[in-house]
Design a protein. Structure first.
Length: 111
């Protein structure tokens, strides 16, 4: 049996059951997840490969830019099951998109 979290275990189990204990990333991390038909194939407690340990999914905000403090107050309906690699990549992708210059700059520095 794969251990769950020490705190908010009921919330964690609700999110995991809704996700069928599988990462819910559908490409937000930048990967197409073609083997899983558009969804990450990593499952809680299963090994991701020959040389890695078991995957420990986490219940985190559906929006990867949500702060950890704000995410702690979210209901289960606004949380998703994420594997750590997908969540980290989705957060980086979202941060880059948020920091990208807007289209309203009008080519001021275009040559």
């Amino acid at each position: 049996m794969t251990p769950g979290p020490l705190a908010a275990a009921d919330l964690f189990h609700t999110v995991m059951e809704a996700a069928q204990h599988r990462c819910q990333c559908a490409g937000a991390c930048g990967q197409p997840h073609t083997k899983g038909e558009g969804r990450c194939t990593r499952e809680h407690g299963r090994h991701a490969g020959k040389h890695s340990g078991p995957i420990r999914l986490m219940a985190a905000a559906a929006d990867p830019l949500t702060t950890e403090l704000a995410a702690a107050a979210l209901p289960a309906s606004e949380l998703r099951a994420w594997c750590p690699p997908c969540f980290a990549a989705a957060r980086r992708t979202a941060q880059r998109a948020a920091a990208a210059p807007g289209a309203d700059q009008g080519g001021l520095f275009d040559l």
